[in-house]
Ligand binder design. Sequence first.
Ligand code: KG4
Ligand code: ZN
Length: 342
Amino acid sequence: MNIFAIETSCDETSASVVSNGLKVRSVVISSQIKIHAGFFGVVPELASRAHIENINHVIWRALNNAGINFTDFSQKVDAVAFTSGPGLAGALLVGAIAAKSLACVYKKPLIPVNHLDGHLYSSFIENMSIKLPFLSLIISGGHTELIAVEDFGKYKVLGSTRDDAAGEAFDKAAKMLGLSYPGGPVIDKMAENGNPEAVRFTRPYLKGSWDFSFSGIKTALLNYLKTNPVRNEKQLNNICASFRQAVAETICFKSFEAAKKFNLKRIVLGGGVSANSLIRKIFLETGQKNKIKVFIPSLIYSTDNAAMIGCAAYFRQKKCGLKYDDIQLKPNPSLLLENWRL
Ligand code: KG4
Ligand code: ZN
């Protein structure tokens, strides 16, 4: 089954053709980072406008790269998927309208996909043999979720963030340090040349709960900078390394504790923060030590992309079919991760 998928939930306009959930025949991602960098965060109105400007070209390129054009779309595409939420209202609307237009013109079924489902299944693109059940860890700019996945679309959310999402913590820390947006990749890079033990930031393990909280580490950084203003690059690298270490250790500790507690033998990561090199390393090492298999998507599928939407759409239609009601097809900025309805 060939699914044409569109993702526009935040600041990436992306389209992809995915065959049977795993063969990515094309994926095009147009990033808006340059537009938002000066504001140290995504400006919703600018994001919607940029999606409008980019969407046609991104769709055309994704189809073209997969050897499809507008005359053979009907024969070569079986369904159109799009991110229905959560995300920025205006941004979601652009993707939804594009997907609905294509579905209407070519008389194809539409599959709405929760953005979190996209991250949750992103590792399957490269590893279809991941067995159920597993523990999913979604760490992105907007979410930090620990989910026990019993079956496709059958979830038990164990914990979420109580304040900042993991990516948001990196982005805000970078702003405090005078670094550029998005902060995660910059801190990650600088941390490679720093000493992770230079500053001992708190590890907010929140014993007795599977929730996360990153505002404490962020405040600790702010307080540290008040008395220790950054004077040189070595010091900056050390702070980045120490901050990254605190976030990575906290996420890793809690995830493995949850996997052990719920007897889950697999941990599947997804979301932009899973691109972090230390997080990737310590998850794989801790997994080996504890005999828990760890799956992490390639960098291209860690951050927002439409291939993961095509993959999740494939699993969803396999379980729920191809008919979705108006409410499910309506973009919903605050859509929650929920069990799929048949
Ligand atoms: O999944 P994503 O592309 O968008 C959302 O759904 O939010 O995640 C974006 C987030 C940003 O906060 C960014 O700073 C973070 O992922 N990120 C990273 C790294 N690469 C991206 N955080 C830490 N280390 C990285 N290497
Ligand atoms: Zn995302």
